[in-house]
Design a protein around this ligand. Structure first.
Ligand code: THU
Ligand code: ZN
Length: 298
């Protein structure tokens, strides 16, 4: 864990019961990248023993997740854990961009869901969050493969997601039978080469854009050498869609990176799509670092 991340997490870590804190620190110091594997979940459950059931453990860990938040405008630290179909627990935190229109913000729930999707999950069983999910997030969640069975765990309320969004509008209203987190493999090719382009095109192939066919992916590289990707995640209600640049930035923050350390960035998008990410992605990048966006239409 780098010093920057340790500084952010320290107060939340110190507030945990000792056994849990020690076990968690062991995990965090071991190349932690923003989620607990099922083995690590068992290790944390063993640390608390009978003192906490699973729901209590999840809610106890939420302040740690919320510490990853970057609320440069609102000062509101939102943390979410998405439990994938595999049983892995994925972190998510809200991310705000100073000087940009508010619609670029990433909500904690979106951050946790994209974290799970990028790790190869194909559905979410449960979402835990420290504030009541806003309408925008409910709409985003409604796009998921598992929207009908998903459980929400809130600080003082829980239940089936569908009870939190009655009379919903979704993909079927636009005659789309696909869902977010279903396997995507779009045929996209380019003669451009290079490690970052390869990562970005792979993200674009796996992106979800059933309403525009504007498949898009971003790869960002940091001064320390690490690379993170984001895939475009479209939404039936259009506005809650998550751009590939927002998703890549969220992933990097969950891995403990500082966005001003981005040294290179590539956006790949499908030329046959009906919308373009280029200007929006460049605006987000410009707001956080000095690197210039490289752009590849495929
Ligand atoms: N926020 C979330 O992350 N999730 C919600 O569902 C509620 C709102 C964030 C978005 C923004 O960064 C801040 O809280 C204020 O709305
Ligand atoms: Zn929200």
């Amino acid at each position: 864990m780098n010093r920057h991340l340790l500084g952010k997490l320290k107060p939340a870590l110190n507030a945990l019961p000792t056994n849990l804190r020690l076990s968690l620190e062991t995990i965090l110091e071991n190349n932690f990248k923003g989620f607990f594997s099922t083995e690590q979940v068992l290790y944390l459950k063993a640390a608390v023993g009978d003192a906490m059931d699973e729901q209590t453990l999840l809610l106890t860990l939420i302040p740690i997740v919320a510490a990853y938040s970057t609320p440069t405008i609102s000062n509101l630290k939102v943390g979410a854990i998405a439990i994938g179909e595999s049983g892995n627990w994925f972190f998510g935190a809200n991310l705000e961009f100073k000087h940009l229109p508010l619609h670029h913000s990433v909500h904690a729930e979106q951050s946790a869901i994209s974290n799970a999707w990028l790790a190869g999950e194909d559905g979410i069983k449960t979402i835990v969050v420290n504030y009541t999910p806003c309408g925008h997030c409910r709409q985003f969640i409604n796009e998921l493969t598992t929207a009908k069975s998903l459980e929400l765990i809130l600080a003082n309320d829980n239940g089936l997601f569908t009870d939190f969004l009655p009379c919903s509008f979704g993909p079927s209203d636009l005659s789309i039978s696909d869902n977010l987190m279903s396997k995507q493999e779009h045929e996209l090719w380019t003669i451009e080469s290079g490690l970052l382009v390869d990562h970005a095109i792979e993200a674009a192939r796996k992106s979800y854009a059933p309403y525009t066919q504007s498949y898009a992916g971003v790869a960002i590289k940091f001064r320390g050498g690490a690379i993170y990707v984001g895939r475009y995640a479209e939404n039936a209600a259009f506005n809650p869609s998550l751009s590939p640049m927002q998703m890549a930035c969220s992933q990097a923050v969950l891995a403990g990176e500082v966005l001003s350390d981005i040294s290179d960035a590539v956006l790949v998008e499908a030329k046959n799509g009906v919308i373009r990410q280029q200007e929006s992605a460049a605006a987000v990048l410009k707001a956080v670092c000095n690197a210039k966006l490289r752009y590849v239409l495929v």
